[in-house]
Design a protein around this ligand. Structure first.
Ligand code: SF4
Length: 67
């Protein structure tokens, strides 16, 4: 079965927290504005919101990759 992985291009990310607002269980900004991907696995539970974050990221820094 194909797994789907969440990837963030940190060269593009500007730490504005849009993704964290949509799906905080996956994306977390720390006190120093560094974005952490808490889990890089797309699951049936988070898929809709992760895809929304991909669409909403103003820098188009988030992608989903098939493994
Ligand atoms: S929405 Fe995009 S630019 Fe903003 S913190 Fe998330 S990955 Fe970075």
């Amino acid at each position: 079965m194909t797994r789907q992985k969440i990837e963030v291009d940190f060269g593009l990310c500007e730490s504005n927290g849009v993704c964290m607002g949509i799906v905080p269980e996956v994306f977390d900004l720390d006190d120093e504005d560094y974005l952490h991907v808490l889990t890089d696995e797309v699951t049936p539970e988070n898929e809709d919101k992760v895809r929304e974050a991909v669409r909403q990221c103003p820098r188009q820094a988030i992608s989903i990759r098939d493994e």
